[in-house]
Design a protein around this ligand. Structure first.
Ligand code: NOJ
Length: 565
């Protein structure tokens, strides 16, 4: 770069304090910048079926999670988001909730939950629950009553309509999981609406009783010690009451349905009013709301923070996961966009619905190195990261090879185009024993062969492992002031191979340089000219190093260093 302009930029940022985010919340800040606890925290998603099996029946559970709190603390996790563990027929593995205020016996009891919560508190780990707001299970007592008659107490808690004619659903909306989004129910001769599986009828959020009942659910869990919620599928909360047909594009999706633009059944403005209401309850409980927000751009993301930062504190930035190649230019663009958003950035690179980051970015040869590179990136940005279990040991997506093995229903209806989400939900790899230390019996999904090479026990002993690097970077992000509070200053913006930036706070700065290429790179940052001595390494991979003004990065190498005057 443009060295002069780079350092002018640096100086301009160095003495700037960050604006206090979420100033509206009455909760106690954790630093001089007014940041809330969740802005300093590292979140970690646990898919409970697959994390740790406490009762050895092949399915993970709450006792299993409790037994691993020490591991999580040591890793550097401050909050765990547990995917749904409520009573459920498990059609969508818990995202079909039949009782919002209890625990599925498969995962344990409410007493087990309370034990987990109090143990987590002792470890300084907060609990975030997954709140499935858009729909319940068709076995929920609300729906059973709703379908029983047109005049039942809960009839209007779901969305019922007459068909257009015999055998014809009310409109052309299709379920995102395949087929019509309407299911005919002969008891009352009407159709009910389901954006997801037919076993997941949509709640009618236009009914104030639904809203109140759902807000009460959160109050109930706050009393059990939770610190907030990840809101499932918020985009789909409201539908056009006039049921306009959605526009259709040519072609068919994996389920054989026409491509449809969800114009009339997603992202309706009414969502925001509901979120503002939920946020009030959240603030009364010092909680945090994380959103499953699939936004098209930052303007849409901004809507979820709310005009007065009064909706979601942490709408997830999935746009980051759409940068699906190691391209410094693309990442730069996306980081700059989210850094300029109206609220605090929330970074996600993997979860239970999408291919793991290990495979998204891996080239098949340097995957471990690239896994460290991605950690070096998203754990050092200004914003809160949400990790996904197993990411820290380099777990690989392992999809089923035959249709008969598929557990996730969409993998069966969409096979082979859509293989479902089993591949990213395989058991956590704790050690290299047969069931990877997850259970003493065969787990509900097979253990991937990579458990022999990528597991917690072995990686804990290896200072060069993916796990060791995650730990190093996570420790830094908890202790380094510039990483906690500093602004993001992009450097060398024309470099095609190396993504680099500063995190700058008052008179401190951390330099992050990430080589996204398979060849060694040397980058001159001109530090001495501008009054900084060479960068002192804080976390580096392999032989990456700094000498004078020059940082040398091995292929896919990471250099994170403190700049000192
Ligand atoms: C989003 C969840 O992440 C996914 O796993 C689930 O199938 C749908 N919402 C429906 O709840």
């Amino acid at each position: 770069m443009q060295r002069k302009s780079f350092w002018i930029l640096v100086c301009a940022f160095l003495y700037l304090s960050l604006p206090a985010a979420s100033a509206q919340t009455a909760n106690k800040p954790v630093d001089a910048e007014g940041h809330q606890w969740w802005q300093h925290a590292v979140f970690y998603e646990i898919y409970p079926r697959s994390f740790a099996d406490g009762n050895n029946d092949g399915v993970g559970d709450l006792k299993g999670i409790t037994s691993k709190l020490g591991y999580l603390k040591d890793l550097g996790v401050d909050a765990i988001w547990i995917s749904p563990c409520f009573p459920s027929p498990q059609v969508d593995f818990g995202y079909d909730v039949s009782d919002y205020e209890n625990i599925d016996p498969m995962y344990g009891t409410l007493a087990d939950f309370d034990t987990m919560a109090s143990e987590a508190k002792k470890h300084g780990i907060r609990i975030i629950l997954d709140f499935v707001v858009n729909h319940s299970s068709d076995q929920h007592k609300w729906f059973l009553d709703s379908k029983s008659s047109r005049t039942s107490e809960h009839r209007d808690w779901y969305i019922w309509r007459d068909g257009k004619g015999p055998g014809q659903p009310p409109n052309n909306w299709t379920s995102t999981f395949g087929g019509s989004a309407w299911k005919f129910d002969p008891t009352t001769n009407q159709y009910y609406y389901h954006f997801f599986y037919a076993e997941q009828p949509d709640l009618n959020w236009r009914n104030p009783a639904v809203k109140d009942a759902m807000f009460d659910v959160t109050r109930w869990w706050y009393k059990h010690g939770v610190s907030g919620f990840r809101l499932d599928a918020v985009d789909t909360l409201f539908e056009d009451p006039n049921l306009h047909d959605n526009p259709v594009r040519p072609g068919k999706n994996a389920f054989g349905d026409p491509f449809e633009e969800n114009k009339y059944n997603t992202k309706l403005p009414e969502v925001h009013e509901a979120l503002r209401g939920l946020r009030k309850v959240t603030d009364e409980n010092n909680g945090v709301l994380i959103g499953e927000t699939w936004t098209a751009d930052i303007a849409e993301l901004n809507l979820y923070y709310g005009k007065g930062n009064d909706e979601l504190q942490m709408p997830m930035d999935f746009l980051f996961t759409t940068v699906n190649k190691l391209s410094p230019a693309d990442f730069r663009k996306q980081i700059a966009a989210v850094d300029s958003a109206s609220g605090w950035p929330t970074f996600v690179i993997s979860n239970h619905d999408i291919i793991r980051s290990y495979d998204r970015y891996g080239d098949g040869q340097h995957n471990d190195q690239i896994a460290k590179l991605m950690a070096g990136l998203y754990l050092t940005l200004r914003g809160t990261p949400i990790m996904y279990y197993g990411e820290e040991i380099g777990m690989k997506t392992t999809p089923p090879s035959r249709k008969e093995e598929v557990k996730d229903p969409i993998g069966r209806t969409g096979w082979p185009k859509e293989k479902g989400r089993d591949g990213e939900r395989t058991p956590m790899q704790w050690d290299e024993s047969d069931n990877a230390g997850f259970s003493t019996v065969a787990p509900w999904l097979p253990v991937p062969p990579t458990a022999k090479t990528h597991n917690v026990a072995d990686e804990s002993k290896d200072p060069e492992s993916v796990l060791a690097f995650y730990k190093r970077v996570l420790k830094l992000r908890h202790t380094n002031r510039a990483l906690l509070d500093g602004s993001y200053v992009p450097l060398n913006e024309n470099d095609q191979n190396v993504l680099s930036y500063l995190r700058a706070y008052k008179d401190q700065a951390v330099l992050v340089a990430l080589n996204m290429s398979g060849t060694e790179q040397k980058v001159n940052f001109d530090m001495s000219k501008n009054g900084f001595s060479s960068a002192k390494p804080l976390a580096v991979t392999g032989k990456s190093s700094a000498k004078g003004d020059v940082v040398t990065l091995e292929p896919y190498g990471v250099f994170i260093g403190q700049l000192a005057k």
